[in-house]
Write a protein that binds this ligand. Structure first.
Ligand SMILES: [Zn+2]
Length: 220
């Protein structure tokens, strides 16, 4: 496992990344895009721990558990500039219109250092086969691009519904940026908000590990 600094936050806090490279297709797992969604951070860290113990995958997996580290530290959705990182990516549908303050997209696309680091990483790793972005809300497996086979074991384990739409517009979000515009199938995994914390490790982490087996089979 290789540890590296993925980028730095508004407050200059390093955003740590962990790469488990057994060669093979590239997979990216992101947690904590919204700093108050501890469920995704917990799941991403569970995957790191599991792979440290046992990594059977012929995959090149990079995990960023606390993407919005300033938000995680403050336990808030937005970053330290009070911008929603999941509305600030440079997508074709990006808009400066503020629907609700919690969705503040900033005054220009890709203005935030966390997202600049993400865009740089994607540009350098445009051959990435699949992206998981781990959030929490109402349970839904929101797919952008063809995620059908990869999402199947997660839907089976959790009973969560699979949908290409989250149900409301999300301009400048990661699913649109990578899933639709960069042609990297992207799963926005909305874990049930405030579930029993141990369920993250006993249910959701194993479900993601099962789906990594599928990634290995279909992208190798
Ligand atoms: Zn979220």
């Amino acid at each position: 496992m290789q540890t590296f600094v993925f980028g730095k936050s508004v407050n200059q806090v390093p955003i740590m990344g962990y790469t488990f490279n057994n060669s093979g297709p590239k997979i990216l797992v992101v947690g904590g895009v919204h700093g108050n969604e501890w469920e995704g951070v917990s799941a991403a860290k569970g995957i790191v721990a599991s792979l440290l113990e046992n990594n059977p995958f012929k995959l090149n997996i990079t995990i960023i558990p606390e993407f919005n580290i300033d938000g995680v530290i403050r336990c808030q959705r937005k970053n330290a500039n009070e911008i929603d990182l999941n509305r600030n990516l440079p997508t074709n549908d990006w808009t400066s219109e503020v629907h609700k303050e919690k969705y503040n997209p900033g005054t220009s696309p890709n203005s935030e250092p966390e997202n600049k680091a993400f865009v740089d990483w994607i540009n350098k790793n445009s051959d990435t086969a699949f992206i998981y972005t781990l959030h929490s809300w109402e349970p839904i497996l929101n797919t952008n691009g063809n995620c059908d086979k990869v999402v199947e074991p997660i839907a089976k384990a959790t009973g969560y519904k699979v949908s290409p739409s989250i149900g409301y517009p999300t301009p400048g979000c990661m699913g649109t940026y990578t899933g639709l515009e960069k042609n990297i199938p992207t799963l926005t995994y909305e874990i049930q908000r405030d579930i029993e914390p141990s369920l993250i490790q006993s249910l959701h982490v194993p479900a993601i590990l099962k789906s990594l087996e599928v990634c290995q089979d279909i992208y190798s």
